[in-house]
Write a protein that binds this ligand. Structure first.
Ligand code: CO
Length: 515
């Protein structure tokens, strides 16, 4: 078989798998947005069938043989300058990574993991409702053991390898970034944020007590109408995407021209729904601006969870919570809600939107304390996976870390160690993506601001074209062709660092709280 034929065949196999993955995603999207309650049981079976088929496509021996053939022949010729051709070398590298990850796990093990995951999640829901960690503890123990076995199967943490088991789990979400790399950044970040948080909570009463007009009654239908106009204004293409409602906001890519986001509206808290829309829009912009050459291939996705989260957080926090953004949108917001906003201005909204109040709950956290919630989880995960911390010791360790970083003590485990779904699904190593997203986002924003002066004025004019073009070229269009560390270095000229994020946070909140 000549090289071209082998590549075509490999791409066809990969494409079929991607179509299956996205068909499963469509069923999942439907489950979250419109499935009648009684439909859940059949849907679970349908999803299991599709996911099983997608897995079979990936571990297909033919796919492995084609990879070997093409790798052995030194596949790639450089495309002629100035022409666009499919990036074969990147394709082989990324597909090899996905293939190895799937093929190294024994089938029985994969099946056992899927079975216990479902049960573990169900028990977690119950334990959280009953505010009782002891119900969940035996299932969590199993999830930890499975995670350890999984990363061991992948080849991490062997004596003398210089890697840890936890490194292998992080690598799943943030390729090529080790726990040591992260700890070197998160350690000092945690200290600086903790210190800032203490100063903010000690600031005078008059700066803490804020207007509160964003907590009245805002008609959800009108919120939706405003959010649709906002979304369109930000550059979301409704010919290639949708906005729907679900219990938890998310983004789902169902095809090259089909990227869907969701939100939820609460009458008493209009900014929650609106900022979720802006957050998910950031994820969607990434998926919508991929290079068409990567369509329906394993390269046609965001390169890591951290980079993905950098986009959602950049749009939600840095743009969506800024004065300039609201100078652009507040007049229109007031037209939708004249009674609710009577006598209020951009400054009132800005202060209320950026109020800092340490909370026990991660998803309610402000910009200053959010990363502290993540650093806490990062340290505990390292302990659990590395074996230094047992599941029985976990609630006490959680509470101690909560006290250390946020100065708070949960009344019970429901508001503490049981609050997140991630561990019940065995998703260890996922949390750091959120904090990395904050850091990457500000690194990009700093460089973008240097390259495109006058950004504040652009935001006031509701002109986002420069942002889309800059991010599109540096990040979005490249998909998975470039791993996150290199992507950030190439885009900003610097490796991962917390200095841009800390500079932004300290400046913004020192001004707000007159520190
Ligand atoms: Co997100």
């Amino acid at each position: 078989m000549d090289k071209q034929t082998a590549l075509e065949r490999l791409r066809a196999l990969d494409r079929e798998r991607m179509h299956l993955v996205r068909s499963a995603a469509l069923l999942q999207w439907d489950q979250e947005t419109g499935l009648p309650p009684e439909g859940v049981e059949d849907r679970a079976e349908q999803l299991a069938v599709l996911e099983g088929l997608a897995h079979e496509k990936l571990v297909n021996p033919e796919l492995g043989q084609l990879l070997e053939v093409l790798e052995a022949r030194g596949f790639v010729e450089d495309p002629p300058a100035g022409t666009a051709s499919f990036p074969g070398e990147d394709f082989l590298r990324v597909l090899r990574r996905d293939y190895e990850r799937a093929v190294k796990l024994p089938v029985d093990f994969v099946r056992e993991c899927a079975r216990t995951e479902g049960l573990s999640q169900a028990v977690w829901v119950k334990a959280r409702r009953q505010r009782d960690f002891s119900l969940f503890a035996p299932h969590l123990e199993k999830m930890v053991r499975h995670a350890q076995e999984k990363t061991r199967f992948w080849g991490w943490g062997a004596p003398g390898s210089g890697t840890t088991l936890y490194d292998g789990l992080l690598d799943l979400y943030e390729p090529d970034l080790s726990a040591g790399d992260m700890a070197a950044v998160f350690g000092p970040l945690g200290e600086r944020l903790s210190a800032l948080l203490q100063k903010i909570t000690a600031a005078p009463e008059k700066l803490q007590g804020l207007p509160g007009f964003l907590h009245g009654h805002y008609n959800p239908q009108k919120q939706d109408a405003f959010c649709r106009e906002l979304l369109q204004g930000l550059g979301f293409d409704f010919n290639r995407g949708r906005l729907d409602c679900s219990a938890h906001p998310f983004t789902s890519t169902l095809g090259f021209n089909d990227v869907r986001i969701t939100t939820r509206y609460a009458a008493e808290d209009p900014m929650a729904g609106l900022l979720s829309v802006v957050h998910e829009a950031g994820h969607a912009f990434y998926e919508m601006a991929l290079d068409p050459l990567l369509r329906s291939s394993c390269l046609g996705e965001g390169t890591s969870m951290g980079i993905h989260e950098s986009q959602s957080r950049l749009w939600e926090n840095v743009i969506g919570r800024s004065r300039s953004f609201w100078r652009g949108w507040f007049p229109r917001f007031r037209e939708f809600f004249p009674e609710e906003t009577r006598g209020r201005g951009v400054e009132d909204l800005y202060r209320e939107l950026n109020r800092v109040r340490p909370s026990l709950i991660r998803v309610e956290a402000d910009e200053v304390s959010y990363s502290l919630h993540i650093i806490l989880r990062f340290e505990l995960e390292q302990g659990l996976i590395g074996g230094a911390l047992t599941v029985n010791e976990l609630p006490a360790a959680w509470n101690a870390a909560m006290k250390k970083y946020l100065g708070l003590s949960p009344a019970d485990d429901a508001d503490g160690v049981l609050q997140d779904i991630h561990w019940s699904m065995g998703a260890f190593g996922y949390f750091p993506s959120y904090a990395l997203g904050n850091l990457y986002g500000l690194q990009l924003w700093e460089k973008l601001g240097e390259d495109l002066p006058g950004m504040a004025e652009s935001l006031e004019r509701r002109d986002y074209g420069g942002i889309h073009r800059w991010l599109g070229e540096k990040i979005y269009r490249r998909g998975r062709r470039v791993e996150p560390a290199r992507l950030i270095e190439e885009a900003t000229g610097k490796p991962l660092s917390s200095s841009a994020f800390l500079g932004y946070i300290e400046k913004k909140y020192s001004e707000l709280y007159e520190l």
